[in-house]
Design a protein around this ligand. Structure first.
Ligand SMILES: Cc1ncc(COP(=O)(O)O)c(C=O)c1O
Length: 445
C-alpha cells in the first residue's frame, strides 16, 4: 500500500481515474527527471508510458525548460485573433516541414480533443466552401479514440466513453468495424499483419452505399488504435482507405495525437505507412508534454478552397479558433522539443528501441498465464490479458498497481497493458519494465 499523503484530497476530481479507489491508494508524483518520477512518498518510478505518449525526449529537458523561460520573459502571451506571434509562425513552419506531402497549413489548438473537433469543422467548412454543403456524414471506427469533446466522442468508438452521452452525440456519424483479429493475429511483433479478408469491404459495400458517398464529409482514424490498446491495422489497410476516400471525394483525417513526432521511428505514422491524409491531427509529444499544444495540419488544397471566397477581404474565412491557439510559450516549447528530437536523432532511436521493446515483450511475456495476445510496433506495445471472470479490466488494473509498487508505471486499457516509454529509454530500462510486468502478470494470474 502506498504511504498516505498530507495533501488536501477533497477538491481535485481526477480525470479518467477511479476516484474512490484512488483516495485510499493515492499515486502522486511530485518530481520527474529523465525516465523517472519521484512520488509523494519519495520513491523513484520509471515512466513506462511517456506520461501518456507525451514525453518522448524524457522529463526535465533543460533546452525545453530554458526556451519556455526565455519566452515568458520575451512575449508571455498575445491575443491570437487578428494578430500572430513569431513563435507560432516558426513552429507552424517547422511542423509543416516535418509533415509529409503538401500537409502545409497548421491550425493550432491546445489538445488532441480540440484537434479532433477542429478537423471535423474544417471538413464541413471546406465542403461548404466548394458548394458541397450536403457532405455532412462523418465516419470513424469502432474503438477509435479522438478525445472527449462532442465531435471527437461522436466519431470515437470506445463504448465506455460514449455510454453516458449517447443522446447528444453528433447525428449522421457511422463507424467502420474494429481492426483486430484475435484468432489469427493475436501476436504481432513489429510487422503489419496480413489478413485473409478485407476489413474495408464493409465500408465500401455497406456503410458508404447506406449514406451515399456523396454525402460523406470525412473519415477519421488513428493509424494505430492507441487508447483502445495498440491495435495495428492489417497490411494495406490505410492505403486502401486512402484510395476509397479519393474515389469518392471524402477527406481522410489521421489522428496522430500519439503516433505523431516519432513513436513509430518516423516523424508520423503517415510516413511509416506511406499514406498522406488530407488532415493530420497532433498534440502531446510536439511539446514533450510540458505545455499543452495541439493542431491540425491541412493539405494546401483545403486552405486554398477556404480562401477562394467571394466574401470581401476583411471577412474572416473560417469562424473557428481558441484564445490560446498558437500560444507563444507553447510554440516556443514545440520549437525547442523538435530541436532536441533532431539533435539527438530521437525518432530513429524510438524505432531502434521499439525493436528491443517488442523482442522483450514477446520473449518474456508470451506464454505467461492469462496472456492472450501481444502487439508491438514502433516504441509501443500492448499485452492483452484474459478478463478476470465477471470483472473486465480488473486484472489489468491490478497488474498496473503491482507494477507501480515495483517502481514501474504502465497503463491499463481495458484488459490490455500498454507500454510506450520515452524514446531515450535504455536497454536495461526496457528489461526492467518488461520484467516488472511479467512478475505482476504471474502474481495476478
Ligand atoms: C488518438 C488520440 N486523439 C485524441 C486524443 C485526445 O487528446 P487530449 O487528451 O489532449 O484531448 C488522444 C489522447 O490520448 C488520442 O490518443
Amino acid at each position: 500500500m502506498t504511504a498516505s499523503t498530507s495533501l488536501p484530497m477533497d477538491n481535485h476530481w481526477l480525470p479518467f481515474t477511479p476516484n474512490r479507489q484512488f483516495r485510499h491508494d493515492p499515486r502522486i508524483f511530485v518530481g520527474a527527471d529523465g525516465m523517472h518520477f519521484t512520488t509523494h512518498d519519495g520513491r523513484q518510478v520509471i515512466d513506462g508510458i511517456s506520461s501518456l505518449w507525451c514525453v518522448g525526449a524524457g522529463h526535465n529537458r533543460k533546452p525545453i525548460n530554458e526556451a519556455i523561460k526565455r519566452q515568458l520573459d520575451t512575449l508571455d502571451y498575445a491575443t491570437a485573433f487578428q494578430a500572430g506571434n513569431d513563435q507560432a509562425f516558426l513552429a507552424a513552419q517547422k511542423i509543416a516541414q516535418l509533415a509529409p506531402g503538401d500537409l502545409n497549413k497548421v491550425l493550432f489548438c491546445n489538445s488532441g480533443s480540440e484537434a479532433a473537433d477542429t478537423a471535423l469543422k474544417v471538413a464541413l467548412a471546406y465542403h461548404r466552401a466548394r458548394g458541397e454543403g450536403h457532405r455532412t456524414v462523418f465516419i470513424g471506427r469502432e474503438k477509435g479514440y479522438h478525445g472527449v469533446n462532442f465531435g471527437g466522442m461522436s466519431v470515437g468508438g470506445l463504448p465506455a466513453n460514449r455510454k453516458a452521452f449517447g443522446a447528444q452525440l453528433l447525428p449522421r456519424v457511422d463507424h467502420m468495424r474494429f481492426i483486430h483479429d484475435p484468432v489469427n493475429h493475436a501476436y504481432i511483433h513489429g510487422e503489419e499483419p496480413v489478413w485473409a479478408e478485407d476489413p474495408l469491404l464493409e465500408l465500401e459495400q455497406r456503410i458508404l452505399p447506406l449514406h451515399d458517398p456523396s454525402n460523406v464529409a470525412a473519415i477519421i482514424v488513428e493509424p494505430i488504435a492507441g487508447s483502445a490498446g495498440w491495435y495495428i491495422p492489417p497490411k494495406g489497410y490505410l492505403q486502401r482507405l486512402r484510395q476509397i476516400c479519393d474515389k469518392h471525394g471524402i477527406l481522410l483525417i489521421f489522428d496522430e495525437v500519439i503516433t505523431g513526432f516519432g513513436r513509430l521511428g518516423t516523424p508520423f505514422a503517415a510516413d511509416y505507412y506511406g499514406v498522406v491524409p488530407d488532415m493530420l491531427n497532433f498534440a502531446k509529444a510536439v511539446t514533450n508534454g510540458v505545455i499543452p499544444l495541439g493542431g491540425v495540419i491541412c493539405r494546401d488544397f483545403i486552405y486554398d478552397a477556404m480562401m477562394n471566397t467571394q466574401a470581401p477581404e476583411h471577412a474572416i474565412e473560417f469562424f473557428h479558433g481558441y484564445t490560446y491557439s498558437g500560444h507563444p510559450v507553447a510554440c516556443a516549447a514545440a520549437l525547442a522539443t523538435l530541436e532536441v528530437m533532431a539533435q539527438e536523432d530521437l525518432f530513429a532511436r524510438a524505432g531502434e528501441q521499439g525493436r528491443m521493446l517488442g523482442d522483450a515483450l514477446h520473449s518474456v511475456i508470451k506464454g505467461l498465464p492469462g496472456v492472450v495476445g501481444i502487439r508491438s510496433l514502433g516504441l509501443a506495445g500492448a499485452v492483452e490479458l484474459a478478463p478476470n471472470g465477471s470483472a473486465p479490466g480488473k486484472r489489468a488494473f491490478e497488474v498496473f498497481r503491482s507494477c507501480f509498487q515495483d517502481g514501474v508505471w504502465i497503463r491499463p486499457a481495458g484488459d490490455n497493458l500498454v507500454v510506450c516509454p520515452p524514446y531515450i529509454v535504455s536497454d536495461a530500462q526496457i528489461d526492467q519494465i518488461v520484467s516488472a510486468m511479467a512478475k505482476a502478470i504471474r502474481q495476478h494470474a
